[in-house]
Write a protein that binds this ligand. Structure first.
Ligand SMILES: Cc1cc2nc3c(=O)[nH]c(=O)nc-3n(C[C@H](O)[C@H](O)[C@H](O)COP(=O)(O)OP(=O)(O)OC[C@H]3O[C@@H](n4cnc5c(N)ncnc54)[C@H](O)[C@@H]3O)c2cc1C
Ligand code: SF4
Length: 488
């Protein structure tokens, strides 16, 4: 432990942001980092608890007190080694993770928790700046070939781990660039895409082959790949969007968030797109859905020049503090306010959309809502009830549906005869990531349903261990929390 009295001496200090009116002029990241001495003080706040609950809060089992201590001591390279021993891509999680570790931090019981996520980001940025993140190709090759299908965080983590074990890894991606939702879902103001590119450069130099523009199941069948490769790792994400099947949902101007966001990311990146231009410029925008995707639609609409943005959430407004029945160290369902929310969106809770109205040309003009309440019954799921007399019409020109994903696509599962669950995700146990077909594994959102980047990386790493065991009889690749220290 660095400073025994650190948590008594130093308050939590977070990075700050470029003011709203400046940052919404472009799509760049807008955080202002803390100074090195301030970060050391933040590392010193870690109490090195006898039982570090933060470890179990983190789906990767990151060795948090160890890297906090190294930061406090100014040993940044050591901190980077510790961090990379459990996390292939801390530059993604350090920017985008909701940080369940911080909700599990012991200091968080009666003080603001240690700023773990920000420390993580600064460690990896320091490591890149100093050239400590260098390609580490394996010393020998096993002669085994693995195809990873899908290049989101799960596919990338699986690929890097399997390559480290000496297997020859090819990543297949149907989009024109690698990265999955990191590249085409998450806007640049949350993570600029050069953050992905610099990591890909390292991975390519390590010997991983990336094949883009190949839709497995369509351009090449999964069965053909199965014949060519010793193992397949499916990391195709949970891409089937939830619809809102209410009257008028075919109005021109009712748009899926996952048509709007990827198009804008392509626009920002200068990648041409074939579909019709969708723009919030000069429009009254309503975003339906209060999660990460909804929040990203808000920030993007504001940057595109929407006249006003309203965000609907069907759930009641959460409390700022932990709700009753969700004690520390569990993840609490409380009110979360993103930087995009703070850029000027009006948030409306406990509201349900009943229909869309359009003019004679089919263009969206308004929508109609009702307030709802959730009825709790012992032993049953809460049910939704409309509050009588609360119907309201809202003028709008663009509605963005950010309602989440219902499951994964089934083409590959059909071709390989894979079992799927009722949500169409591919069935495999988290104990070994094996599907019902020998040699075929699945990880990330395609297995667990829509989730988080940190879970995708965790599943990619764990699956790689089991693929390696399948190919070689045993594996030296670490499982959760084990780390593999020498590799940065
Ligand atoms: C808008 C948005 C914002 C989000 N923000 C956050 C956030 O801030 N923090 C967070 O933790 N999580 C966030 N998430 C969730 C997070 O992005 C996902 O949980 C994570 O990316 C899942 O990783 P994955 O590797 O399983 O799949 P994905 O990232 O979905 O990648 C799957 C890839 O597989 C490719 N693919 C699919 N099928 C095929 C095929 N047949 N052939 C070839 N390629 C194929 C797809 O094109 C895609 O590139 C967000 C999600 C969205 C939609
Ligand atoms: S990956 Fe997420 S949960 Fe894990 S230490 Fe980093 S911020 Fe915390």
């Amino acid at each position: 432990m660095g400073k025994i009295t650190g948590f008594l001496e130093f308050d939590r200090k977070d990075e700050t942001y470029v003011p709203v009116k400046e940052r919404i002029k472009n799509y760049k990241e807008f955080t202002k980092p803390l100074k090195e001495n301030e970060l050391k003080d933040q590392g010193a706040r870690c109490m090195d608890c006898g039982i570090p609950f933060c470890h179990s809060g983190c789906p990767l089992g990151n060795l948090i007190p160890d890297f906090n201590d190294a930061v406090y001591q100014g040993k940044w390279q050591k901190a980077a080694e510790i961090l990379h021993s459990t996390n292939n891509f801390p530059e993604f999680t350090g920017r985008l993770c909701p940080a369940p570790c911080e909700e599990a931090c012991v200091l968080g019981i009666n003080e603001p928790p240690v700023s773990i996520e920000n420390i993580e980001k600064n460690i990896v940025e320091t490591a890149f700046k100093n050239g400590w993140i260098q390609p580490k190709p394996p010393l020998t090759r096993t002669g085994k070939k693995v195809a990873v299908i899908g290049s989101g965080p799960a596919g990338l983590a699986a690929a890097q781990q399997l390559n480290r074990a000496g297997h020859t890894v090819t990543v297949f991606e149907r989009d024109e660039k690698i990265g999955g939702l990191l590249r085409y879902g998450i806007p640049d103001f949350k993570m600029e895409k050069n953050v992905i590119d610099r990591r890909l450069e390292v991975m390519e130099k390590e010997g991983i082959e990336f094949k883009t523009g190949i839709h497995v199941g369509v351009d090449i069948t999964a069965t053909e790949l199965q014949q060519e490769y010793d193992s397949l790792v499916l990391c195709g994400g949970a891409t089937v969007r939830r619809n809102l099947p209410i009257p008028g949902s075919d109005a021109k101007g009712v748009v899926q968030a996952m048509d709007f966001l990827p198009q804008n990311n392509r626009r920002v990146d200068g990648i041409p797109f074939k579909d019709e231009d969708i723009s919030a410029k000069g429009k009254k925008v309503i975003v339906i859905g209060g999660g990460d995707t909804g929040s990203d639609c808000i920030g993007t609409s504001i940057r595109q020049g929407a006249t006003d943005v309203i965000n609907f959430e069907i759930m009641p407004k959460g409390t700022v503090d932990r709700p009753e029945g969700q004690p520390w160290p569990f993840w609490p369902m409380r009110l979360r306010t993103s930087t995009s929310h703070k850029e000027g969106a009006e948030r409306v809770f406990s509201i349900s959309t009943k229909k869309f109205n359009a003019d004679k040309t089919g263009k969206l003009t308004s929508l109609v809502t009702a307030e709802v309440e959730w009825i709790k019954q012992p032993g049953k799921r809460p049910t939704l009830k409309e509050v009588e007399g609360t119907e309201k019409e809202w003028k709008c020109d663009l509605v963005l549906l950010a309602l989440g994903f219902t499951g994964s696509e089934t083409t590959i599962a059909d071709q390989l005869g894979l079992e799927i669950d009722p949500r169409t995700n591919i069935k495999a146990s988290a104990a070994n990531y094996k599907t019902n077909v020998p040699g075929v594994f699945v990880a990330g959102d395609q297995r667990r349903g829509q989730s988080l980047i940190v879970w995708a990386i965790s599943e990619g790493r764990e699956a790689a261990h089991h693929v390696d065991t399948f190919l070689m009889g045993s594996s030296g690749l670490p499982l959760k929390g084990e780390g593999d220290l020498p590799r940065v």
